[in-house]
Design a protein around this ligand. Structure first.
Ligand SMILES: *[C@@H]1O[C@H](CO)[C@@H](O)[C@H](O)[C@H]1NC(C)=O
Ligand SMILES: *[C@@H]1O[C@H](CO)[C@@H](O)[C@H](O)[C@H]1NC(C)=O
Ligand SMILES: *[C@@H]1O[C@H](CO)[C@@H](O)[C@H](O)[C@H]1NC(C)=O
Ligand SMILES: [Zn+2]
Length: 561
């Protein structure tokens, strides 16, 4: 199968096909299915960015004066632009770039074929980008577009999204419009990937295409990188993207990274607040197995593998070992400070006011109170534990020789894989001692009745470092000003956390300034990973505006990111 018709030699290693792409891009300009709405005349971007040189003790100060909308995004307000943008996203949704947990290598698994179609679509839809950028393909289908800046002493800005979507192959009759139809209906774009994450990918491409077409030339190198397998593990995409970029720019060689994630733009306690994810939790799975001698169920042993395993599951579920936890360096402490400072006085709960104004707040009480607000908030400050797989027995009259359970944990940003694993092991050990079983080979009695083994997920990961979230960090200033310029001067930026993981867990070596944020208002994108995933057309345009302003704010040679 001619899987990669646009470029001749697909390979795991990276290669630059810029010349071939340029020729093809020129040829395709005339074939483009989607014509661009007329863009405004060429504007040179005049930088008026300067860092807030005010006081930094204030943990939540916002850039002053607020950044205003650039001339590039004026055209984004027209109905024509909205319609064209919605069509571009709709076209991207129609290509079913699904990744499955058992996906094989890019060169041998046919299920990767739609990714080649997706590349063709990008290429056709964004001709200027394909003339101006150097495109590098890694991992088979992951794309790295580099727009070289005029000042090579500036660390690049890296903006990322992923091409793949989670499968939509069941419950198809429940969708209002089929998941890969990309139907635009009543101000919404329907389909798998409309929220996660083709909205960001297409918004980035549309923003850059428009800027280039309007005459913008980067001062700071801009890199767009789109992985192919974020939804399954990122091992082909993000891992190879990191390897490639680290090879060129070195450790901490990237000034700032913005990827998907975060908690969107929400109105909370009377203030509109952009909530990027500043850190990511860690991740581990415990694979727990109980083995005992089997036998006929008519003459059972006192305890069975199923019974012992159940006690283990109960002990872990009943344990309070994982507690809410907030420190002063926590993004959530920053968030509470922002709410106290900018929220409507009548709406801010007393516990937040008291916590933030106290010289010596009771952090345990604050964490407990925050955890009670919503389940999502609880797990932003607490390690989770969930039994997700359970299996034992094959016959009604035979004792199961083996019983297994898997626990999944997302590790609090102030904890570690090691600490969490020790907590599990101590809980399991008490069962092993009480009922006389070996644990990972260790014996607690003369005659053990069986064995418990605990194996850990190979890809366990510690929580990420915490990116800076005060104006003392130029990168945070860039983010906050981009929010002001795109969503309004009254919108504040506050640090947040997130409960899932993104490709950025592989990018930690590239930059200390990593922000995870889908630029969309809460409620304007719905149903990620499930039936009727959709986004408002207006929200897609807002995303394009945010990325435009973000690129412009970062493109200031006076900023040392
Ligand atoms: C935007 O355009 C106006 C008028 O055309 C001009 O005065 C202004 O300087 C421009 N602003 C920026 C940031 O380029
Ligand atoms: C693209 O690559 C060529 C050759 O490696 C290089 O000369 C050029 O500056 C690069 N352009 C960009 C935009 O990175
Ligand atoms: C438990 O492990 C020991 C060795 O560690 C082995 O000899 C024994 O057969 C195991 N018992 C069961 C029931 O699997
Ligand atoms: Zn995603």
């Amino acid at each position: 199968m001619g899987k990669l018709p646009l470029y001749s030699s697909p390979s795991q290693s990276s290669s630059v096909y810029s010349f071939a792409w340029k020729l093809l891009a020129i040829a395709a300009t005339s074939l483009a299915l989607y014509t661009w709405s007329p863009f405004s005349d060429c504007h040179r971007f005049i930088s008026n960015v300067s860092l807030d040189t005010g006081v930094y003790e204030d943990i939540c100060s916002q850039p002053k004066p607020a950044a205003s909308q650039s001339n590039y995004s004026q055209v984004y307000s027209t109905p024509e632009f909205l319609e064209e943008s919605a069509k571009r996203l709709s076209g991207a949704i129609k290509i079913p770039t699904m990744t499955y947990d058992d996906m094989g290598p890019a060169e041998s698994d046919e299920r990767w074929a739609p990714f080649a179609d997706f590349h063709k679509y990008l290429f056709k839809t964004y001709p200027v980008i394909h003339i101006e950028a150097n495109l590098t393909i890694v991992g088979g289908y992951s794309l790295i577009y580099t727009f070289k800046g005029s000042d090579s002493s500036l660390k690049p800005l890296l903006l990322t999204a992923h091409q793949d979507v989670v499968p939509a192959v069941t419950s198809l009759d429940k969708w209002t419009h089929p998941p890969f139809s990309g139907v635009i209906d009543g101000g919404w774009i329907f389909g798998r990937g409309s929220e996660d994450c083709k909205n960001s990918l297409i918004a980035l491409m549309t923003a850059v295409e428009h800027m280039l077409k309007s005459g913008w030339k980067p001062t700071r190198t801009l890199i767009l990188a789109f992985g192919q397998d974020e939804e399954i593990n990122g091992l082909a995409g993000a891992v190879n993207i990191e390897k490639h970029l680290k090879g060129i720019y070195g450790k901490n060689g990237i000034g700032m990274i913005v990827d998907e994630g975060g908690m969107g733009l929400d109105t909370q306690y009377g203030v509109q607040v952009a909530l990027p994810g500043i850190a990511e939790k860690g991740y581990t799975n415990a694979f727990i197995e109980v083995d005992m001698i089997g036998g006929h169920s008519s003459v059972p042993s006192r305890y069975t593998t199923i019974g012992i395993l159940s006690k283990i599951v109960s002990a872990i579920e009943d344990s309070n070992a994982f507690q809410p936890h907030i420190e002063k360096s926590s993004p959530i402490w920053g968030y509470l400070s922002c709410i106290a400072q900018y929220g409507a006085k009548s709406e801010i709960p007393d516990w937040i006011k008291q916590a933030v104004s106290s010289n010596n707040p009771d952090m345990k009480a604050v964490a407990d109170r925050f955890a009670q607000t919503t389940p999502e908030n609880r797990y932003m400050v607490q390690t989770s534990k969930a039994a997700t797989l359970f299996n034992a027995g094959i016959k009604v009259n035979a004792l199961a020789e083996s019983a297994t359970v898997t626990f999944n944990s997302r590790i609090d940003i102030f904890s570690s894989v090691e600490e969490v694993q020790n907590i599990y092991l101590n809980l399991i050990k008490s069962i092993a001692q009480t009922y006389s079983l070996r644990l990972n080979g260790a014996s607690f009695s003369e005659s053990p009745i069986g064995n418990i083994s605990v194996i850990w997920e190979e890809g366990s990961s510690d929580p990420t470092p915490i990116s800076p979230f005060t104006l003392a960090a130029p990168a945070w200033g860039v983010f906050a000003r981009a929010v002001q310029a795109s969503f309004g001067s009254d919108v504040i930026s506050a640090p947040s956390a997130m409960n899932g993981n993104t490709d950025t867990r592989y990018y930690l070596d590239l930059s200390e300034n990593i922000y995870r944020w889908n630029p969309a208002r809460v409620g304007s994108t719905l149903n990620g990973h499930t039936v009727d995933e959709k986004i408002m057309t207006s929200a897609h345009v807002e995303g394009i505006r945010f990325f435009t302003e973000l690129i412009l704010q970062a493109d200031d040679k006076s900023l040392e990111l």
